[in-house]
Ligand binder design. Structure first.
Ligand SMILES: *Cc1c(COP(=O)(O)O)cnc(C)c1O
Length: 421
């Protein structure tokens, strides 16, 4: 059952309460390996579901457009101070609704329509908001893309530099959504400086690893940093922008009034709680355990003949090309879901298949680390993945059901925040 209890909701709207209970049980019973997902603490759930939902507070602390901000100002200031202390930044804005609007705010702050922005291509691990043609960032600006090398699956920084010198972007974005290797922030900063570009680090996926000391920090290298709060950072759905002091006004103005109205104060409170949790010693252990789990899982998958992009991982994320296994990413992901292993189909660099039916799968270890799984469980997880993929090829639904039962049995022993039996 959901924790905190849904007593009032069950009375007021039993149909919806039942759906939430169903989702709670589903999250409990499955190995959740979507690289962008996690389990927030019960404290974060509580903070996110309060009367803070009732309050409008356009503006910033001390400079609001509506009255009654005696507590909201303190809550937002607390979140900002915690973000600055945790990441060691000069400025933080905690109002952006999610990662995509946070990124758009940076375009608004520093670019004019048609200006050139240099980013990792979507097909090689960038995000839609990094100038994809279907995104406003691709329609209203002029993106140029770097990518990874075919042989290594890694970014060659000398090629990034060549592209920057040729294209003279105003904004360079590093980071992405399917990058299994460490982002070289100092090298990006050097290139940005050489061409006079603003450097933005999008750390949506790896913010929790950075906060916990398990990935190098872009602070001191990037001019602005955007992040979601709900991935490895393990907070509510939301985002933050961090920046050098000289960019504080431009960033704040772009968020409000440039792009948004009233901030979501209940989310701000949840972010404040998550940042407090991330400052505890136990969060460092969690962050390092995520990486240890991903490395152990990559080793086990390699031994089972999986073809991993770049050969392995430095962070929480693994990208596997299933071509050699004789199955597409989509049918594999669907079969794995039936087998109780939840991940997503994903393109791989130089993919020869279509984006909606690509060659790969993407997976991450943040959520199962939060559940308490460690390196010793990873060979079993890899074996289940292999069994499910083989079962998918043979259309052996009984085998998928068997794996699903075994997954559920293992997870009985690992408590889920937000759930009580
Ligand atoms: C998830 C993600 C985003 C977007 O976040 P949303 O909250 O889904 O809008 C932006 N950038 C990167 C690199 C991401 O991984």
């Amino acid at each position: 059952m959901h924790e905190p209890k849904l007593t009032h909701l069950a009375q007021a709207d039993p149909a919806l309460a039942a759906l939430i209970e169903g989702e709670t049980q589903r999250q409990h019973d499955k190995l959740r390996m979507i690289a962008s997902e996690n389990y927030v603490s019960t404290a974060v759930l509580e903070a996110s579901g309060t009367v803070l939902n009732n309050k409008y507070s356009e503006g910033y602390a001390g400079k609001r457009y509506y009255e009654g901000q005696q507590f909201i100002d303190q809550i937002e200031t607390l979140a900002i101070d915690r973000a600055k202390a945790l990441f060691g930044t000069e400025h933080a804005n905690v109002q952006t609704y999610s990662g995509s609007p946070a990124n758009l705010a940076i375009y608004l702050a520093f670019l004019q329509p048609g200006d050139t922005v240099m980013t990792m291509s979507l097909a090689h691990g960038g995000h839609l908001t990094h100038g994809s043609p279907v995104s406003i960032t691709g329609k209203w600006f002029r993106p140029v893309h770097y990518g990874v090398e075919r042989e290594t699956g890694r970014v060659d920084m000398s090629k990034v530099r060549e592209l920057a010198l040729a294209e003279r972007p105003k904004l360079i974005i590093c980071g992405g959504t399917a990058i299994p290797r460490t982002v070289d922030f100092p090298a990006f900063a050097e290139i940005a400086q050489e061409v006079g570009a603003i450097l933005m680090a999008d750390i949506a996926h790896i913010a929790g690893l950075i906060a916990g000391g398990a990935h190098p920090s872009p602070v001191g290298f990037a001019d602005v940093i955007t992040t979601t709060t709900h991935k490895t950072l393990r907070g509510p759905r939301g985002a933050m922008i961090m920046a050098k002091a000289e960019h504080a006004t431009a960033v704040d103005k772009a968020v409000f009034p440039g792009l948004q109205g009233g901030p979501h104060n209940h989310t701000t409170a949840g972010i404040a709680v998550a940042l407090h949790e991330a400052s505890q010693a136990s969060f460092k252990d969690y962050a390092h355990q995520i990486v240890a789990n991903a490395k152990a899982l990559a080793t086990a998958l390699n031994e089972l003949g999986f073809d991993l992009v770049s050969g392995g991982t430095d962070n929480h994320l693994i990208l596997a090309d299933l071509t050699g296994k004789g199955i597409g990413g989509k049918p594999a992901a669907k079969a794995l879901d039936v087998a109780g292993i939840e991940l997503n189909f994903n393109g791989v660099p130089f993919d020869t298949r279509r984006p909606l039916d690509p060659s790969g799968i993407r997976l991450g270890t943040a959520a199962l680390t939060t559940r308490g799984l460690t390196e010793q469980h990873m060979p079993q997880v890899a074996a289940w993945m292999d069994q499910a993929i083989n079962a998918a090829i043979k259309e052996d639904t009984a085998a998928l059901d068997r794996v699903s039962g075994e997954v559920k049995e293992l997870l009985q022993g690992f408590p889920m925040p937000g759930y009580t039996s």
